[in-house]
Design a protein around this ligand. Sequence first.
Ligand code: MTE
Length: 321
Amino acid sequence: MLIQRSPEILSSEITPRAVFENRRAFIQKMAAGSIAAGVVGTLNTAQAQSASAQKLTAKANPLYQVTDKTTPYKDITSYNNYYEFGTNKGEPVMSAGTLKPRPWNVVVDGLVKKPKTYDLDSLLKLAPLEERLYRLRCVEGWSMVIPWIGFPLAELIKQVEPTSDAKFVEFVTLADPKQMPGLLSPVLDWPYREGLRLDEANHPLTLLTFGLYGEVLPNQNGAPVRITVPWKYGFKSAKSIVKISFTNRMPVTSWNQSAPQEYGFYSNVNPNVDHPRWSQASERRIGEDGFFSPKRKTLMFNGYETQVGQLYAGMDLKKFY
Ligand code: MTE
């Protein structure tokens, strides 16, 4: 991945106090057992919304709330990797206004019994939306903590009934030069493509994502629909998806195609396997850690090892990086 020497974000902690305290109180109650597992509560994220954005409310799922401090809304929405809108972190927030997130269709096809094209509203109706607080670790060495809104991708997979031959899922994202100025640059072979093994795609942590911080996804974060795979480096979480295909072969993915020795198909967060050009042992939390603060240790599978470790039992993770 290109390493952009962008100015460091030195923002102070701006997560609205009420949001943070509500979340903390909720997590404490949960830990104390006063909220039963499976019963969910609503977090008050309204204060964090931007003035113009459309609300998207969802109940917090207590099973998927990391206890790290939530990254401020401003940082999540202004420090982005979205190369279709430029390769600098500050560019997508400036230029993604040209993306039209509605009307929007997602084609679901390939090795499935019930292929279907979903418009956004029919996709949104497939399952109840949940709010989940996930860590996102970028392969470049920074991280964030994001309150996503969505439902497990497994809910969609169930609807289309993959055949027994389906082993992988490919995600193809929008590539429209009229909406995306970055496509003029040959930095990647467009459209941006990503992929998962079917069992990874079906894992309950893999979230089909429609919003964050109580509002629909801002364009620069992948409107109107993206995936979020929190135990993998951020580039696996494809934005603005237009096609989901089920295949029997490992799909070609954009970053693997562009630099196979640097970006593997699996790309699980792994502090013990360095990128050929830099260490992956530590990271800087955007909005919290200043340029001169000591970096924090990166956790195996980004801290989700107990949930996902068994997916890779017996695999050499240095070979399958
Ligand atoms: N999806 C598309 N279509 N294009 C991209 O350039 N960048 C990836 C991923 N999904 C990217 C993409 C990378 S490198 C990261 S780290 C995450 O999106 C960043 O997501 P965020 O901006 O919402 O934090």
